[in-house]
Design a protein around this ligand. Structure first.
Ligand code: AMP
Length: 406
């Protein structure tokens, strides 16, 4: 099956057109600066030259129209007719408590997605716009929603209920949801395949470290706890988000600095984390360059970043009663040997022994980076959320057709 995977953000749409049989993208690309007269579409068809188109793309509907047009284009396209797009899979950030797995999109699902907007006001509206745009330009093509929250939906209540009055959970659905689920699911599956054991027999800690960072305890195939919470603000230190903190400090800062709710939200989401502490950058590469030059605040930001990961690994080993594998993924997890080294330092007593040389030798792809005698297998595994979305979409659409045929 050929599945168009769409990750629709507020001003951008990332896409991949994936052949699920061979599990390879036939084309991938990105539309940036949607809403502006100087929007950019970058399209990379497999085995052909990458192209860049600059022009006015005022909304998500026009962006999807462009994406379909480049997929069909004579010189840079990969299909001859729209009908070759068998299905479309959408990344949807928040499924709330409604969706514990991927779904075929219909009117009822669209209504439920709209009902969940309150839980993810920044993310779900552009996801919905992406679905509406596809409905308009590819009418009749089956579409699926694959949720960032779904993999974490089996967490036990003691892991997802916060220590606030229980009525607030009932009234407003305030609980831990967790995010990056598709990535945690993908890399834990890959780790099991590399180890050569069923995922159901393993205890794995997965660290997704990118601009957003989260960590998950994958116990016998289920995420039983994860660091992001009600929103993607909780847990690890991130590029611009501070992660765990005493909630009363927000009220204190608001009163001292006279901040509005919106301003406090911006402070927590955009000006904290690596950028807030270092004053240099939210980008780990730049933090590493600055600390190599002796920048003390960059060093502090780096140390907080890695210390927090180490603490969570310890916590999740305790939560699972052991660990078989530790996985690093995401832009930082896959590429920063400094981060991996700092996180794994002095963890030998837990059976975590990093092979520093292997970890630093920068080979691409999935690599075992623990020492041969390490009790815990340590991997760096490039994440591939798009493939999970494509395969889930294929599964759901095929099931739907076989049900209809029955
Ligand atoms: P992502 O959100 O997964 O694309 O990851 C983005 C983060 O990965 C940014 O903080 C980048 O600085 C970081 N990153 C990418 N490549 C490297 C690298 N070679 N070394 C350290 N950090 C990197």
């Amino acid at each position: 099956m050929k599945v168009l995977v769409i990750n629709s953000g507020s001003s951008s749409i990332k896409y991949q057109f994936i052949d699920t049989e061979n599990k390879v993208p036939l084309a991938k690309g990105l539309v940036e600066r949607i809403g502006m007269s100087s929007a950019i579409l970058t399209h990379a068809p497999a085995g052909k030259e990458k192209i860049k188109i600059v022009g006015e793309i005022l909304d998500h509907s026009i962006a999807i129209e462009y994406v379909i047009a480049v997929l069909l284009s004579k010189n840079h396209g990969v299909i001859k007719d729209k009908s070759e797009i068998d299905a479309v899979g959408h990344r949807v950030v928040h499924g709330g408590e409604t969706f514990s797995g991927s779904v075929l999109i219909n009117e009822e699902v669209m209504q439920a997605l709209k009902d969940n907007i309150e839980l993810a006001p920044l993310h779900n509206p552009p996801n919905i716009k992406g679905i509406e745009a596809v409905t308009k330009h590819l009418p009749g093509t089956p579409q699926c929603g694959v949720f960032d929250t779904a993999f974490h939906s089996q967490m036990p209540a003691y892991a997802y209920i916060y220590g606030i009055p229980y009525e607030l959970y009932k009234k407003y659905k305030i609980r831990r949801y967790g995010f990056h689920g598709t990535s945690h699911l993908f890399v834990s599956n890959r780790a099991a395949a590399l180890i050569g054991k069923p995922l159901e027999d393993l205890k794995i800690v997965t660290c997704h470290l990118g601009n957003g960072c989260s960590i998950a305890a994958v116990d016998h195939g289920h995420s039983i706890d994860t660091s992001m919470g009600f929103t993607p603000l909780e847990g690890l230190l991130m590029g611009t988000r501070g992660g765990d903190m005493d909630p009363s400090l927000i009220l204190y800062v608001m009163s001292k600095e006279g901040l509005s709710l919106a301003e406090a939200n911006t402070l927590m989401n955009k000006h904290s984390g690596l950028i807030g502490i270092s004053g240099e950058s939210s980008d780990m590469r730049e933090i590493e360059s600055a600390l190599a030059e002796g920048n003390k605040k960059a060093k502090l930001a780096f140390d907080i970043f890695t210390y927090r990961i180490k603490k969570y690994i310890g916590a999740y080993i305790a939560a699972m009663g052991g660990i078989d594998a530790l996985v690093f993924t995401g832009g930082i997890g896959e590429n920063s040997e400094l981060v991996r080294q700092a996180v794994c330092e002095n963890m030998e007593y837990l059976g975590i022994e990093l092979d520093v040389e292997k970890s630093g030798s920068r080979p691409d792809g999935e690599v075992l980076i623990s020492q041969p005698n390490s009790r815990v297998q340590i991997y760096k595994i490039p994440t591939n959320e798009e493939l999970v979305i494509a395969l889930d979409t294929e599964k759901i659409v095929s099931e739907q057709f076989s049900n209809v045929a029955k």
